[in-house]
Every structure is written in structure tokens, then in C-alpha cells.
Design a protein around this ligand. Structure first.
Ligand code: COA
Ligand code: MG
Length: 293
């Protein structure tokens, strides 16, 4: 999951366009990009569209449902689980318990749709509420459905009354850097994917590209997009380079050749177990992206 493209669930035109955008995952949105009076229509359009396209499309399909406090989640699931999405994105998640709560609901809907228990994954947005950001540690071990964690700045701004999430240089202010950091740590603790948040200025590709590079450097393995033009930039930034793949393969090979010791030297530089772990992680990402050394 390098690129995850949001598509408003009530727009057939964007659904059509989104499915052809080259994203690894399409997130069909029933939440914030759909007006309250359009929720029912969005469910119908989205379910019909996915059922028609199921099997013909390469991107995985996630549904962003309305959060558990809205009273809309059950109807979202009842309408969309029969379309057999790969996963559900849970916004405004307050803790690992919310993931368990959603998991219990999914279990019923999976049974009703003839799906094996646990088929549908969950990707929570873990920093949209202040309580959620503080509970980042609770996702580890919460559910085998957990596919990753991601974060969001807009709803957190609204919840805490921050007038901006970024300073005059475009850098996230402390609260949002904390949220971002907690997402990386929560993903590491839970051993799931860390997915970076959206970048709303979809015409500013230079800033977007820089933000993708920074996210990849810091440990995110993918990023969410709001516009098709952002997808190729994300895919490029989160696909390990051939040089990085070769370097990692050389590290793994050196450990193997030396009988799997604690430490090896390659070209005058020391590599110990954390380097091996990092190299293995990179090779796993490269394999998922279809790259070999
Ligand atoms: N998915 C699929 N298609 C999209 C798209 C998206 N996320 N964003 C834009 N497009 C399509 C447009 O429909 C347009 O297609 P068309 O020429 O056939 O009409 C084309 O790409 C170019 O779009 P553009 O004119 O550059 O942008 P816009 O003004 O039409 O749309 C947004 C701007 C922000 C409204 C739109 O990008 C969008 O809806 N993004 C997703 C919002 C969302 O889901 N938010 C929730 C998560 S934060
Ligand atoms: Mg939101």
C-alpha cells in the first residue's frame, strides 16, 4: 500500500477516474467528502460501482465509513460489505477498542455476506481526536484485522481549536508533528503499515514531492492522495530505488555468507543487526512493489 487515493463515494465520474489512476488502493469515501443529505445516495452509488468493477480492477478497495459516534456506521457497513471491499478505513478512531468495536460489527456483516470471518481489514485514522492521538499505543495487538494506521490534521485542528496546522514555512506545528510521530510509533509497535496523511494543495507538486520524500525517510510506507495527479508521485517516492534494493540485498547476502553473525563489514563499513532488519524491511517493500535487485 504505497498510494491510497480518496474518491468521494457519491461521484460516479470520480469513481471512474479514480479506478484508473494507478493507485495501489482506492478509498471510497462515505465520510467528510460526502454531504449529510447525500450519504444514502453515496452508499448506493459506491456499492453498485464496486460490485460492477470487482475483479476487473487492480487497486484494492477500502471504504471510509462514518465514525462510530455518528450512528451511520451500521448503515454504511450494511450497504458496502456485500460489495466485498478489502478493508474499512475508520475515521476519528479513539483507541484500539474502536477497532475491536468495528471488528465485531464486521464479523456480523461478513457472515451475512458469506465472507470468512476476518477477511476485511481495518485501517484507522488515529489522530483525529485528541483522545485518539494520546491512545496511539493501544493499537498494538488490538486486532488481526489491523492493516495499518494513518493520521489526519483537519479534524484534530477543529477538536483542539488550532487555527492552523502548519507554520509560516509550511512546517507542521508541534501538536501535528506529535500526531505524525505517534502514527509512526503506533505502526511500529503494532507491526503494521504507517500511512502518511493527505496534502490538500493538489496543484503544488514540488511541495508534495518533498513531503512524500520526508515521509518515506521517516518510516512511512505509503501516503494518502486526494487527487489522481498525486498518485504517481507517491508511487515513485515509496518504491525503493534499484540502488537501495541492491544495497539491501548485499547486506542480507553478507550476513548469510558469514553464517548469520551479529555484525559484518562491507566495503569498510560496519553493519549490525538493526541494519539487517532495515535491509529486510526494504526488500519486503520492494517485493510488494514488484521490484527485484
Ligand atoms: N478521484 C478521482 N478523480 C478525481 C479526483 C479524485 N480524488 N480528484 C479530481 N478528480 C478528477 C476530476 O473529476 C477531473 O476529472 P474530469 O476532468 O473528468 O472532470 C480531473 O480529475 C481533474 O480534476 P481537477 O479539475 O484538477 O480538480 P477538481 O477541482 O475537479 O477537484 C477536488 C478537486 C479537491 C474537489 C477533488 O480532487 C476531490 O474530490 N478530491 C477528493 C476529496 C476527498 O475525497 N476528500 C476526503 C479525504 S481528505
Ligand atoms: Mg475528516
Amino acid at each position: 500500500m504505497r498510494s491510497m487515493l480518496f474518491v468521494p463515494g457519491d461521484s460516479e465520474r470520480k469513481l471512474e477516474k479514480g479506478f484508473g489512476a494507478g493507485a495501489d488502493v482506492i478509498i471510497v469515501d462515505l465520510e467528510d467528502s460526502v454531504a449529510p443529505q447525500n450519504k444514502a445516495t453515496a452508499r448506493e452509488i459506491a456499492a453498485r460501482f464496486i460490485i460492477e468493477r470487482r475483479g476487473q480492477t487492480s487497486p484494492a478497495i477500502y471504504i471510509r465509513v462514518n465514525d462510530l459516534s455518528t450512528g451511520l456506521t451500521d448503515e454504511d457497513l450494511a450497504a458496502l460489505v456485500p460489495a466485498k471491499p478489502h478493508g474499512i478505513m475508520l475515521p476519528k478512531s479513539n483507541s484500539g477498542q474502536d477497532v475491536q468495536h468495528l471488528s465485531a460489527k464486521l464479523r456480523v456483516h461478513e457472515a451475512e455476506s458469506g465472507l470468512t470471518d476476518g477477511t476485511i481489514k481495518i485501517l484507522p485514522i488515529i489522530t483525529e481526536t485528541p483522545a485518539g492521538a494520546l491512545a496511539a499505543a493501544t493499537y498494538a495487538g488490538a486486532s488481526t484485522r489491523l492493516a495499518g494506521v494513518t493520521w489526519g490534521a483537519e479534524d484534530l485542528s477543529a477538536a483542539i481549536g488550532a487555527r492552523a496546522a502548519r507554520d509560516e514555512h509550511g512546517r507542521y506545528t508541534d501538536v501535528f508533528r506529535f500526531a505524525r510521530t505517534m502514527t509512526i510509533l503506533a505502526a511500529g509497535a503494532a507491526e503494521v503499515a504507517a500511512i502518511d496523511t493527505v496534502f490538500p494543495n493538489f496543484r503544488d507538486m514540488a511541495a508534495f514531492s518533498a513531503e512524500c520524500a520526508e515521509a518515506e525517510r521517516d518510516g512511512f510506507t505509503g501516503k494518502m492522495a486526494i487527487h489522481p495527479n498525486q498518485v504517481p508521485v507517491i508511487n515513485k517516492a515509496f518504491t525503493p530505488s534499484i540502488e537501495a534494493v541492491r544495497q539491501s540485498a548485499a547486506i542480507v547476502a553478507a550476513f548469510e555468507a558469514a553464517g548469520n553473525p551479529g555484525v559484518v563489514g562491507i566495503d569498510g563499513k560496519m553493519y549490525d543487526r538493526p541494519h539487517l532488519r532495515l535491509a529486510e524491511r526494504l526488500l519486503a517493500r520492494a517485493k510488494a512493489a514488484g521490484i527485484s535487485g
